[in-house]
Design a protein. Structure first.
Length: 282
């Protein structure tokens, strides 16, 4: 028993070492990924209750020259740790703004693109981030109009904000940028806390949406989130909708927006521009 125990420890150490080496290699490669043009954005449609696409969520993809496609979950946390997320995040915002101009030409001026923003981008570089996010409207344009971008921050991020950053978030709205609270339901934030911020959308985390088919507790949770959000003048986006049963329950409870593989996987900008406004999607 002792022998196999030692063996297990050694194997565990090897796994830890491999994971660490992999992480260091990725962080090193991340540094060159922007200038090497290895990132691109894909866009997932978000539909309203009528089945009309009103927004697209921009999601980053990394085509590594040797390792192939690496999903964001496997490099964003490292980029946040190393600080590279600031540069990557700035690239994401600029790329999304450029896409928005093209998307507007096809879908009209009310279409929006939402971008995921990391806590690091908000805390140390809030000035830069705000500057990047604004300036989409021409100076002559109506200042109160939406500028077309929605910022998605996670519930965890919101809870970690300091006073200064909180002001940045409020400043977003003055620039016509809307704010969505991502992964809602996973962070146990209190209602009183959320009410301190002017949040436009709650995004119900996909883990709850996916349990809608078979877990009663998830059904009541989604129902409660939707009615609570509406009382606080917020709209609700359900992410990760995969089945018709999930869709029907969400519609029954009055969910405002829907996103998930049931409608479409994330697609390229080229696909977005030809993705027709099919009113029969529900
Ligand atoms: P997220 O913001 O919660 O994004 C939703 C994720 O769920 C995306 O994964 C999307 O492809 C996936 N998804 C959408 N519909 C369905 C569905 O019906 N079923 C299932 N199983 N999954 C669905 P993705 O693109 O791999 O992104 C993972 C996470 O990486 C994102 O979670 C976000 O936290 C982060 N991320 C992605 N792009 C960026 C970015 O540009 N900046 C930052 N800071 N984070 C990003
Ligand atoms: Ca998101
Ligand atoms: Ca999410
Ligand atoms: Ca509001």
């Amino acid at each position: 028993a002792k022998k196999s125990g030692r063996h297990t420890v050694r194997r565990f150490n090897k796994e830890l070492k491999d994971a660490l080496l992999n992480k260091l290699a990725l962080i090193k490669d991340l540094r060159h990924a922007i200038c090497n043009d290895e990132f691109h954005l894909v866009y997932q449609p978000i539909l309203n209750k009528q089945g009309i696409v009103t927004k697209f969520e921009a999601l980053i993809r990394w085509r590594h020259p040797l390792k192939g496609s690496i999903p964001p979950d496997q490099f964003i946390p490292f980029a946040e740790e190393s600080g590279d997320i600031v540069e990557i995040g700035a690239w994401v915002i600029q790329e999304a703004k450029r896409a928005l101009q093209q998307v507007r030409a096809v879908y009209g001026d009310d279409i929006q693109i939402s971008v995921n923003v990391s806590p690091v981008q908000l805390s140390n570089h809030h000035g830069k981030t705000r500057e990047l996010l604004s300036g989409l409207l021409a100076p002559s344009d109506d200042e109160t109009r939406k500028n077309g971008l929605v910022v998605e921050i996670t519930e965890h991020t919101l809870m970690s904000l300091d006073d200064e950053t909180r002001k940045t978030l409020l400043g977003f709205r003055e620039k016509g940028i809307e704010v969505a609270l991502d992964d809602f339901g996973t962070g146990y934030s209190s209602l009183a806390y959320i009410m301190n911020y002017d949040i436009d959308y709650l995004k119900i985390d996909k883990s709850f949406v996916q349990k809608l088919d078979d877990e009663v507790s998830s059904v009541s949770l989604c129902e409660a989130i939707i009615s609570m959000a509406h009382k606080l003048d917020m709209a609700v986006i359900a992410e990760g909708v995969e089945t018709e049963a999930q869709l029907n329950l969400l519609l029954e409870y009055g969910c405002d927006y829907l996103q998930g593989f049931y409608f479409s996987k994330p697609i390229t900008l080229e696909q977005v521009l030809v993705y027709q406004q099919d009113k029969d999607r529900l």
